[in-house]
Design a protein around this ligand. Structure first.
Ligand SMILES: [Zn+2]
Length: 258
């Protein structure tokens, strides 16, 4: 029996598999994270871009290095979203100056997923009940990416812990189509994939420094228990309390960072 064709065939298949594994391993981690986080929208990825199911191609890296912090906020690419790793652990001292994991957002992707106009975002909202047993407050959140279902699961879990109630009652809001005060940037609340918990138990850097200057020296403050944060993070939400420019009421659906 002539084994040569069989061996040649095996070698070919092995090298094809190895090559496929190698090229996947070489993809930037951020691209792999995006692909895993948003399977409903991302059709395919390569080393330089992501392609959405509607055919839109977004470059991963715009090639611009040395952006200032303001430029990272105002004109980021997808790669910049991963500039600051989101920490698994919490430090009572707060993050280092300028470390804002999650505050850098490539807005065209979020507009594509959640809606590019107020009416479009609104058409994708779903009403859920926030802490049905203890608070029973109706809130509107996006059904896109399963956000409403995930927030409902978080709400059920938090509902079992009466000691958390002071932090969760009178939620500060979910969907509001608006720009961030003092900037031209859209607030992530415009997409209905964020929630502010009780404002009265929270701290926001602009209220404390009475300024909007990103360079301001800030003193970190927080009252929100970490067990609440952990429940949100488990379901794909990041917390604004892990930003140097802290916003401890703010939770935002950003599974690519977790
Ligand atoms: Zn917020």
């Amino acid at each position: 029996m002539n084994l040569k064709p069989l061996i040649a065939c095996c070698l070919f298949l092995c090298s094809a598999v190895l090559h496929a594994q190698q090229s996947k391993a070489e993809l930037p981690e951020g691209i792999l994270r995006l692909q895993k986080a948003y399977p409903d929208f991302i059709d395919k990825v390569d080393h330089k871009s992501i392609t959405l199911k509607d055919g839109t191609v977004f470059a991963y890296d715009d090639g611009k290095k040395d952006k200032t912090f303001e430029q990272l906020l105002d004109e980021p690419d997808l790669e910049d979203q991963f500039r600051f790793p989101y920490p698994a652990k919490f430090s009572v001292k707060g993050p280092k100056k300028g470390e804002d994991p999650g505050r850098i957002r490539f807005m065209p992707l979020f507009h594509k997923m959640y809606g590019s106009t107020q009416a479009e975002v609104r058409s994708k909202l779903k009403e859920i009940v926030w802490l049905p047993k203890t608070l029973n407050v109706k809130i509107q959140v996006s059904a896109v990416n399963g956000v409403a279902d995930k927030l409902e699961a978080i709400s059920k879990e938090l509902d079992e812990k009466p000691e958390f109630r002071p932090y969760l009652e009178n939620p500060g809001g979910t969907f509001v189509w608006r720009v961030i005060a003092g900037t031209k940037r859209m607030s992530m609340h415009s997409f209905g994939m964020t929630i502010d918990i009780n404002v009265k138990q929270s701290h926001y850097w602009q209220w404390d420094c009475k300024c909007i200057n990103e360079d301001a020296k800030l003193g970190y403050k927080n009252l929100i228990p970490q067990r609440i944060v952990e429940i949100f993070e488990k379901h794909g939400f990041i917390w604004g309390g892990k930003w140097y420019h802290y916003d401890t009421m703010h939770f935002e659906y950003r599974p690519e960072l977790l």
